[in-house]
Structures are given as C-alpha cells and as structure tokens.
Design a protein around this ligand. Structure first.
Ligand code: ATP
Ligand code: MG
Length: 367
C-alpha cells in the first residue's frame, strides 16, 4: 500500500455515535487483517460540538475535514438543540461541511437486498431486484440561487423568493459523475428536469445532451420530466439505472426511491467533489437517516446504513472496490440468516440490538 490515507470520523448526535461504533469495528477489522491502512481521527460535530464548544462545527474540525482524504459522518441534531438560533443549529454544520468541502454530487443508491423480499415480508412496497443510483446535485440550484429571501411589498404583504440557477459548469461536472457511474453499472443515464417550464431545466437538458455527444456516446442517455419520473418510479422503478438531477428534484425523488427499498436503516450515501489536478477528490459519506432521537440510546438502531456508507467510502475515495464488495456481501448474508434490528424485523427471526448486528456482521466478515 502506498502513502497512508487520512480518515476523519464525525459520529455526531443521537444514534450517530451508536451506529458509528459498529462501523469502527469494521474499520478495525480491515486494519487488523491488513486489508486497509488508514490514519483515523475523530471530531465532534452538531449538538455534541455545541455542548463542548458552543458551535456545531469548530474551525479546527472544519480544517481537519478539509485536510482529510475522506469524512465518514454519522448524523446531527435532536430536540435538545431545536431552540438554538438557526445559523448555529447542529444541521448548519452539515451544510457548511458540504459547501466548504465542495462536494456537489450526492450519490444515493436505492438497492433492495434479496433477503428482505420474502414470503413473510410485511412491506409490500419492496421491489425485488431494484438497483437504482440517484445522483443529486447538492450545492447549487434553487436552495442557493439568488435572488432569494422574503420581502415586504408596499401594501404590507410579503413575497417569498427562491431562484433556480444552474450554470454549464455545474451541470457538466455532475453529469460526468453520472456517466462515469453508468459505465460501471448498466450503462444508462436518465437525466431529469422540467425543461418544458423552466429555463434552468432547458439548459440542463441542452448541456447533458452536448456532454453525452462529446464525451459519453457509448452510454445510453434519456431525458425525463421530474413529474413523470416520480410517476415512473412508483410504477416501474426497475426501468432505471442512473438518474441524474438537480438539488430540489433529487431531494424528492431520492426519498421516493428510498421508500421502495424497505428501511432507512439500510441506505448509505456518498457525496463527491471534483477530481483535482493532484488526483485528490473530496469525499463525504453518511447514512440517509438522521439522528433518530426517538430510538437513540436504546440499542435499537440499525447500524448497516452507516456500515454501507463506509463501504461506499472504500470504493469511491480509496479505490478499494474489493473491500467494499466484501462488506456488501457480508450485509447481504447477515440479512439472509441473522437476527434483525426492529426496523427490519420479520416473524421467525430474532430481534437483535445495534451491537448484536455488529457482532453478526463481524462474524460474517471473519467467516
Ligand atoms: P433528519 O431530519 O436528521 O433527516 P428525520 O426527522 O428525517 O431526521 P430520522 O432521524 O432519519 O428522521 O428518523 C426517521 C425515522 O426512522 C425515526 O422513526 C427513526 O427512529 C427511524 N430510523 C432512522 N434511522 C434508523 C436506523 N438506523 N435504524 C432504525 N430506525 C431508524
Ligand atoms: Mg430527514
């Protein structure tokens, strides 16, 4: 192995530290068996950082995240900090980290594990064989475009404004991520916008079409309006391979796709920056779920989304696809035979705790 890579862990709040503890066991195992060699450090973030330092993200923690080769993040927030002013809420740390790290391509795989789909499944929304990758543009679009704000009109009433802005460069860079991913999957990209009613959507379509012709003619590209995409995801979700879309539509469509997979506790995400001239690329990895205050501290959380986020990190930040596949296969095996955390419980299978799920996974890895 070449130079030692730096990995920063930010467990955060609520169930964050509980599921991170299980991910750490997997990391330890990788290190112990010589499969990986990381310099690992940890920082407080969110409410935990507010309690210790008065702010959700210290300058030191931010600097540390910017210097790391990858960040594995848990989740932030909880009722304890809900009354804190908006700009220093736990959630502000997450937005700041993403923005400062320049991670613009949010990858949300929506994959259904075969073991979850069985005769006794209590979840009819599960779609066997589903394997979609949604690529959502994360730091542009209507959530950030100017002008924005609430203004008071002469008659005393108010006007709330948001603006969707996308530039050629912003569309190209996220488009490239989608095309590159497709080449390693089923080679199909569906680009989603509302080109029929939005100028930013029209530009999105034009740029994707040109990028496809210039650099990725080998990949199959289709275009879909966002409303139709929502309908198609509900009706025939297996038609999709990679979906690439803007910030707002990505937010909505990825939650819809997540619900087709059964549990929040199983869904990881990766958010990537641009490949820099040095070859370096920022990578930020976190489960889809939040800090789940309702179950925090009870040993009920499913740690698999955090562990699968770790697998994505190995694949996308460190080129360790084999280690990632090893972990993903172990998850599949555990789901097929071990007990289950309450979120994916089924009749005839023991209910197990967060750490017991960790035990089962470690046993599977060691087998
Ligand atoms: P955020 O705003 O931070 O995304 P949220 O309010 O959307 O948070 P979550 O914290 O993700 O919600 O929790 C939503 C529901 O899913 C809760 O009932 C929670 O207990 C459950 N949940 C979330 N993560 C897990 C997990 N890893 N294992 C089991 N249940 C979970
Ligand atoms: Mg949420």
């Amino acid at each position: 192995m070449s130079e030692r890579k730096n990995l920063l862990l930010m467990p955060g709040d609520g169930i964050g530290p509980e599921v991170m503890a299980q991910a750490k066991r997997v990391l330890d195992w990788l290190q112990k068996t010589g499969r990986a060699d990381f310099a690992i450090t940890e920082e407080l973030v969110g409410g935990a950082s507010i309690d210790a330092h008065g702010v959700p993200l210290t300058e030191a923690a931010l600097a540390h995240a910017l210097a790391a080769d990858a960040v594995l993040f848990g989740s932030v927030g909880g009722p304890k900090w809900d009354t804190v002013p908006f700009d220093i809420r736990p959630e502000a740390a997450l937005l700041k980290l993403r923005k400062e790290m320049g991670v613009f391509a949010n990858l949300r795989p929506a994959k259904v594990f075969d073991a979850l789909v069985d005769a006794s499944s209590l979840k009819p929304e599960l779609v066997r064989g589903l394997d979609i990758m949604i690529v959502r543009e994360l730091i542009g679009g209507i959530y950030f475009g100017e002008p924005r704000g609430i203004e008071t009109l002469p008659d005393g009433s108010k006007r709330g404004v948001n603006t969707e802005v996308y530039t050629t460069g912003e569309i190209e860079r996220v488009g490239r991520v989608a095309f590159e991913l497709a080449r390693k999957r089923q080679n199909r990209v569906c680009s989603v916008e509302k080109a029929n009613v939005m100028e930013s959507g029209l530009l999105w379509r034009q740029v994707m079409t040109a990028l496809h012709a210039a650099e990725y003619p080998d990949v199959q590209l289709s275009h879909m309006y966002a409303d139709n995409c929502a309908m198609q995801l509900a009706k025939n979700p297996r038609q999709f391979d990679v979906i690439v879309t803007g910030n707002l539509f990505g937010d909505i469509l990825s939650d819809l796709a997540a619900m087709l997979t059964g549990s929040l506790g199983l869904l990881p995400s990766a958010t990537l920056g641009a490949v820099e001239p040095s070859g370096r690329r920022a990578g930020f990895y976190e489960p889809i779920h939040g800090s789940a205050p309702d179950i925090a501290g009870k040993g009920l959380a499913n740690p698999l989304a955090q562990i699968l986020s770790l697998a994505l990190m190995l694949r996308y930040s460190f080129g360790q696809g084999a280690n990632a596949a090893l972990i993903e296969q172990a998850v599949e095996n555990v789901l097929a035979k071990a007990g289950r955390t309450p979120d994916i419980a089924m009749p005839g299978r023991a209910k197990i705790s967060t750490s017991e799920m960790g035990d089962a996974l470690l046993a599977e890895l060691e087998a």
